[in-house]
Design a protein around this ligand. Structure first.
Ligand code: HEM
Length: 373
């Protein structure tokens, strides 16, 4: 049996063995990892739902777009669709993201070595989420504290423990801040409230923006740095031609999607590519597995910054829960990778810097680098 520890280390051999679908004893559920089948599951919320009492996020922050399906999902999500569209994302965030990236890279430029996860990727992701919630830069550290308390409470609930006191307190504080700024802030949150969501619903969805936007974006940037710095010939191509940066990011999302899985529960008995799934079964869609489906991607394990179909990855999911923040996350990643490659000459990964790791959120725990200051 492949254990959880082995899957955290490297799930790809297991996924290649069971593709397109198989049972995982360690996870206690079905793993869907063929690209076609993964899309089929994510686009059929009537059969494969997120709306199940076992879903731990809803137990901590209340019902939100992440934990609902059908008509109520649409009601929670609709007010955010326009503000997160490509055009509005660019209009609202481009300057802030550029200034914040500049500030963070300027702070390390003269040092010659740093962990780019803790100094750039993490702080940028937190600052952008804080800004989108209508909070100021000085509140970013507080937002990170809330996120950490709420997310460890969510993980505890998933493992069968009650909501922690810290998680409940952090959510109460988030509630107070977001509710208090609904009327004043020129933020996405204010727009959502004006579009008709009640305060509790606005706050639950604000918490989901935090969940969606912090660890994932940090991971998206760190994974891309790791792929570039461990593939010197691909890095050379990108350094010689910066127009390859967006595709280098897509290709990294394909190989190691920051959110490696999305979870569903079967609402009826159903057969998927010969697998007999019973009502109530846990079904996890491995985006990491779908993204290396050899039927779609030739040499699927290779990092190829010029891969023509890299964007066919499913790192941002598919169907009604497709990532709301994907344009924003791409904006942040392009900004961060461009600034780092431009301003830190002769960038190199330390030999001891760790590879991506993790079952759900998959990323290196650090990106230790040095450069010529
Ligand atoms: C600023 C950055 C981001 C924000 C604000 C954000 C926000 C969200 C929100 C609100 C949802 C829930 C949508 C719904 O349920 O209808 C979502 C879903 C999702 N996001 Fe993002 N996200 C961000 C970045 C990312 C990144 C970088 C990744 C991965 C590379 C990612 C992967 C996903 C996935 C896979 C889902 C689907 C979850 C599911 O189907 O169960 N997100 N995102």
């Amino acid at each position: 049996m492949t254990t959880v520890a082995e899957l955290e280390q490297d799930p790809h051999a297991f996924l290649a063995r069971i593709r397109p679908v198989g049972w995982s004893e360690a996870l206690g559920g079905w793993v869907v990892c063929g690209r076609e089948l993964a899309m089929q599951v994510m686009r059929d919320p009537e059969t494969f739902t997120v709306d199940d009492p076992r879903f731990s996020t809803a137990q901590v922050v209340g019902p939100s777009m992440l934990s609902l399906d059908g008509g109520t999902h649409a009601e929670h999500r609709a007010p955010f669709e326009q503000p997160f569209s490509l055009a509005q994302t660019r209009a609202r965030f481009t300057d802030f993201v550029a200034e914040e990236t500049d500030r963070l890279v300027s702070a390390i430029e003269s040092l010659g070595s740093a962990d780019l996860r803790r100094t750039v990727a993490g702080p940028l992701s937190v600052a952008v989420v804080a800004y989108s919630l209508g909070l100021t830069r000085t509140d970013a550290a507080t937002v990170l504290d809330w996120y950490q308390d709420i997310s460890s409470s969510v993980s505890g609930v998933a493992a069968g423990h009650p909501v922690t006191a810290e998680g409940a307190a952090a959510f109460a504080e988030l509630h107070q801040h977001v509710a208090g700024s609904i009327d004043q802030a020129d933020s996405l949150i204010a727009e959502a409230a004006h579009a008709g969501l009640g305060t509790d619903e606005v706050v639950a969805n604000a918490a989901v923006l935090m969940f969606g936007g912090i660890e994932t974006t940090e991971a998206m940037i760190t994974n891309c740095l790791w792929h570039l710095l461990t593939n010197p010939s691909e890095l050379a191509l990108v350094l010689a031609d910066h127009s390859l940066i967006p595709n280098a990011i897509e290709e990294s999302l394909r190989l190691e999607p920051a959110a490696a899985v999305v979870d569903r529960y079967a609402t009826r008995d159903v057969t998927l590519a010969g697998a007999s799934i019973s009502r109530g079964d846990f079904v996890t869609v491995s985006l990491a597995g779908a993204n290396r489906d050899p039927a779609v991607f030739t040499d699927p394990d290779l990092y190829d910054v010029r891969r023509a179909n890299a964007r066919r990855h499913l790192a941002f999911a598919s169907g009604p829960h497709i990532c709301l923040g994907m344009h924003l996350a791409r904006l942040e990643a392009v900004s961060a990778i461009t600034a780092l490659l431009t301003r830190l000459p002769d960038l190199r990964l330390d030999a001891t810097s760790p590879p991506p790791y993790g079952l759900v959120f998959r990323k290196p725990s650090a990106v230790d680098v040095s450069w010529v200051a």
